[in-house]
Design a protein around this ligand. Structure first.
Ligand code: G3P
Length: 218
């Protein structure tokens, strides 16, 4: 399973990249706003800065909601860098735009997916990635992981190449469960990635090994 970081914070991206296991980055307008980035030139430059820091795909989300505007905005985003993936909302015009971009060789990520039916439509439109928001489903007492398993079944039934990009991941158990269910990618905060490192038995075991190694008198 690919590990993406869900942030627009360059320091966090750098830290995840330094670990050597980062496969890409996802952003959204809320994450960009959180970093205080504003003005079109600054926003576009920020996407390029992120692409220059990592090796994999970087999702940049359109803020248009009509087909014509999404095409214009998405083409501008895609032209920024070969690693850019155009992130489109799961609405009718977003699906039309997804089909247009996939027909024209531009990678897409259909976002704000909350049902298996939406996931089926996005795959039919040729999406490179589809982002089910599992944490936000959990927030409303609906099993987010169940949606991931439904998507895996549907995509496997028909051999869709679309990758399941589990999003709105909040913690390490979401990551582990996404991997168990066969999600192709998960995107989460830095804490959900570095949290996977931790186990008290690793720490106590290492401390004992280092203590015992003192007898080596190196
Ligand atoms: O990038 C979209 C998604 O990951 C948002 O997560 O935590 O705001 O629901 P969250």
């Amino acid at each position: 399973m690919k590990l993406f970081i869900d942030t627009a914070n360059l320091k966090e991206i750098k830290e995840a990249q330094a670990l050597g296991v980062l496969d890409g980055v996802t952003t959204n307008p809320s994450l960009m706003a959180k970093e205080g980035i504003n003005g079109k030139d600054n926003i576009l430059k920020h996407y390029v800065d992120i692409c220059d820091m990592v090796d994999g795909d970087v999702s940049a989300e359109v803020i248009s909601t009509s087909f014509d505007e999404m095409i214009k905005e998405g083409e501008e985003l895609a032209a920024l860098h070969p690693q850019i993936v155009v992130k489109l909302p799961m609405i009718g015009d977003g699906i039309k735009a997804c089909k247009y971009f996939s027909d024209n060789g531009i990678k897409t990520n259909v976002t704000l997916v909350f049902s298996a039916g939406q996931a089926l439509l996005a795959a039919k439109a040729g999406a490179t990635y589809v982002s089910p928001f599992l944490g936000r489903l959990d927030d409303i007492a609906t099993d987010g992981l169940h949606l991931i398993s439904e998507m895996r079944l549907i995509y496997d039934n028909y051999g869709f190449k679309t990758q399941i990009l589990s999003a709105s991941v909040r913690h390490t158990m979401h990551v582990v469960n996404c991997a168990k269910l066969g999600s192709d990618v998960m995107t989460g905060p830095l804490s959900s990635i570095v949290g996977l490192l931790k186990h008290p038995l690793t720490d106590s075991g290492l401390a004992k090994f280092l203590e015992d190694a003192k007898s080596f008198n190196l």
